[in-house]
Structure formats: structure tokens, C-alpha cells
Ligand binder design. Structure first.
Ligand SMILES: Cc1cc2nc3c(=O)[nH]c(=O)nc-3n(C[C@H](O)[C@H](O)[C@H](O)COP(=O)(O)O)c2cc1C
Length: 341
């Protein structure tokens, strides 16, 4: 048990009385302070089970999903809490404020969130600077995107910019083309656009490998709202372009699972328990279609150790959480690590 686990049941009602984004900002700040005070260290130790995936050694299979620490400000704290890997971002070439507030909503009855943050972030260079000074043993992924005002025809340039800027400090790089909150971003999942994007990024990765003397795996993060034909087309591109890994999935624009909820019609991506089933279907489909050597990171709807086990059974080599952490608190880390092997 960590001290933070003991305190969370008292803190949660107070945090849930605050506006969701305010509570999130405060939580990340408190994590940094709690880490400095040594409150994140477990007295019984976090179960560690190193896994080799994509040539990297992950201390354990559990990761923090992108969006929780967009600016890479608490990476050491997440590592101390027990995460085997932390994906920071999404980061764009230039800093941007994101969409107008309010843009984050809780649906506690469903253990779900709806967000339309719109890639609010301090820009890739700011995050890179912070990552240079990290001390954690957790693997760090850098999730990259395009600025909201970059047209899709020029999107490749934004991704190339972020790839080059973060290559030296990243353990892996995740290409986010699946957020529903940047206009037109998901269009990059079309077969032709994806082939061009991945092929240019893989070429750049090869030259950065020579320059830096290390291979930084390149992954693509996909949406759960893909039909069978789109899934097949994407898997084809990933296999042919030798992508290093796939992250399934981002949030959903589908609202069927929360029909009738007062906030169901808020624009944005739905995450948490209601996205679990669809995320698992998409994960399973990609596991069937991708070359065996291409690992999948499973994310979407994990709110318990059992959910994480289910995700691994569906084909995930590693798993990530976001919304589950909001509803279940830091105890979720222990619950998951106690159950996954
Ligand atoms: C508030 C919020 C912000 C997010 N921001 C990002 C982001 O910037 N980049 C990204 O790739 N995914 C982002 N996500 C998606 C999560 O990484 C994850 O894929 C999704 O929430 C499903 O997992 P979950 O059900 O465990 O939350 C965000 C999710 C939430 C709730």
C-alpha cells in the first residue's frame, strides 16, 4: 500500500466536486509533490515483471495512456507509482491552447469521460527538455500529433518535425492519427494517407537510427471507430511498412453505450468502461491481421485487473489506462499488476 492509495478514498469526493479539468490539473501537480515527499513508494513494493517488447525492457506491462501527462511534467512520479511505462503527449510542433473550456466531462454512472481537449500542449521542445532530466526506469513513449491549424496535406511535416525533435529522448514514439478532437485528423487513417505518412516516417526513422545509434520504435495509435474494411486496409499498410507496434485504441465518437445520459451528446471522445468492448474487438481484429512480430498495446476501458487480463487475452502485449485511474485511483495499478502475468 502506498500512502497515496490510503489517502485517495478521502481525496476522491473532494476532487469530484471540482470541475473535471481543474481536478485533473491539481492531481498531476499533487502527484509531483507526493513523489517528492516519498508518498508514492509502496511499502510492499510494486510487483515487477520485466517484459521485452520492440527491443525495449518494460519493468512491467502497465502503462499510463497519452493525455494524462500531456506536458511530461510528472514522468518520475508515474514511474514511482508503479507504471512500467508512461506515454506523454500528445505533443505538437508548436504549443497550442486546445479547445475552449469546458472540454472534459465525467459520466460517473458509466465510469466514463468525454473529452474534447484538442491537443492542448506546451509544444514538443518543452516536453523534450523535461524528458532529458528524467530519472525513472519506466519506459517513456512520446505521443506526437499535428497542430490544429496545419492542413492535412502538410500533416506529414508536423509528424516529421516531432519525430526528429523527440528521437534522442524517446524510448518509443506513438503517431496519433486517431483523436476525434482535431478536425480531419482521423482522415489520416485512410489507406493512401496512412501509407504516405508511415512510409515517410519510417524513412526518417532509419536515418535517425544511423545518426543517434539507437532504434526508437514507431507505433501508430488507432481509433475504435473503424469498420472491418478500414481495419483490413490499415493492417495491410502496417504490415507492408513494417510498423513497430500498434496502440488500440483511442476514444470513441459512438454514444450508444451511454444513451440517455445528460452529457451523452457533448462533442468529443468517450473513454472508460463504455469503450472497452469495442476496443477489444478492434484489438482482436488487428491481432489476427498483423504479422506476429508486431506487438499491440491495448487501451480502452480498463477499470480493473480483470479487464487488463481480458485485454491481454485479446492480444495485447502491454496495456494502458487513463479513465480507470480517475475512477479507481492509484489502487488500480496494484490491482492490475497483481493480476496480469
Ligand atoms: C482527457 C483525455 C485526454 C486524452 N488525450 C489524449 C491525447 O492527447 N493523445 C492520445 O493519443 N490519447 C488521448 N486520450 C485517449 C487515451 O489515451 C486512451 O486512449 C482512451 O482514453 C481510452 O482509454 P481509457 O478508457 O483507459 O481512458 C485522452 C483521453 C482522455 C480521457
Amino acid at each position: 500500500m502506498t500512502l497515496i492509495e490510503t489517502f485517495y478514498p478521502w481525496m476522491k469526493p473532494w476532487l469530484f466536486r471540482l470541475d473535471a479539468e481543474r481536478a485533473h490539473t491539481l492531481t498531476v501537480k499533487m502527484m509531483v509533490i507526493a513523489h517528492r515527499l516519498g508518498m508514492l513508494k509502496s511499502v510492499v513494493g510494486t510487483p515487477q515483471q520485466p517484459h521485452n517488447v520492440m527491443g525495449l525492457t518494460f519493468p512491467n506491462v502497465l502503462g499510463l495512456a497519452a493525455g494524462m501527462d500531456k506536458s511530461a511534467s510528472a514522468v518520475d512520479a508515474w514511474g514511482a507509482l508503479g507504471f512500467g511505462f508512461v506515454e506523454v503527449g500528445t505533443l505538437t510542433p508548436r504549443p497550442q491552447p486546445g479547445n475552449p473550456k469546458p472540454r472534459l466531462f465525467r459520466l460517473p454512472e458509466h465510469e466514463a469521460l468525454i473529452n474534447r481537449m484538442g491537443f492542448n500542449n506546451p509544444g514538443i521542445h518543452s516536453a523534450v527538455k523535461k524528458l532529458k532530466n528524467r530519472r525513472t526506469k519506466a519506459v517513456v513513449g512520446v505521443n506526437i500529433g499535428k497542430n490544429f491549424d496545419t492542413p492535412n496535406e502538410k500533416a506529414v511535416d508536423d509528424y516529421l518535425f516531432c519525430l526528429k525533435a523527440s528521437y534522442a529522448v524517446a524510448d518509443y514514439i506513438a503517431v496519433n492519427i486517431s483523436s476525434p478532437n482535431t478536425k480531419g485528423l482521423r482522415d489520416l487513417q485512410a489507406e493512401g494517407a496512412m501509407r504516405q505518412l508511415i512510409s515517410e516516417l519510417k524513412t526518417e526513422q532509419a536515418s535517425l537510427k544511423t545518426e543517434h545509434g539507437k532504434t526508437v520504435p514507431l507505433l501508430v495509435k488507432i481509433a475504435p471507430d473503424l469498420n472491418d474494411m478500414q481495419i483490413e486496409a490499415l493492417a495491410r499498410v502496417f504490415n507492408e511498412q513494417n510498423i513497430d507496434g500498434v496502440i488500440a485504441t483511442n476514444t470513441t465518437i459512438d454514444r450508444e453505450a451511454v444513451t440517455g445520459h445528460a452529457l451523452a451528446q457533448e462533442a468529443g471522445g468517450l473513454s472508460g468502461a463504455p469503450v472497452r468492448e469495442r476496443s477489444n474487438v478492434v484489438l482482436q481484429a488487428f491481432r489476427m491481421l498483423l504479422k506476429e512480430s508486431v506487438p499491440l498495446i491495448g487501451v480502452g476501458g480498463i477499470v480493473s485487473g480483470t479487464d487488463a487480463v481480458e485485454k491481454m487475452k485479446a492480444g495485447a502485449a502491454l496495456v494502458q489506462v487513463y479513465s480507470g485511474l480517475v475512477y479507481r485511483g492509484p489502487g488500480l495499478v496494484r490491482d492490475i499488476l497483481g493480476q496480469v502475468k
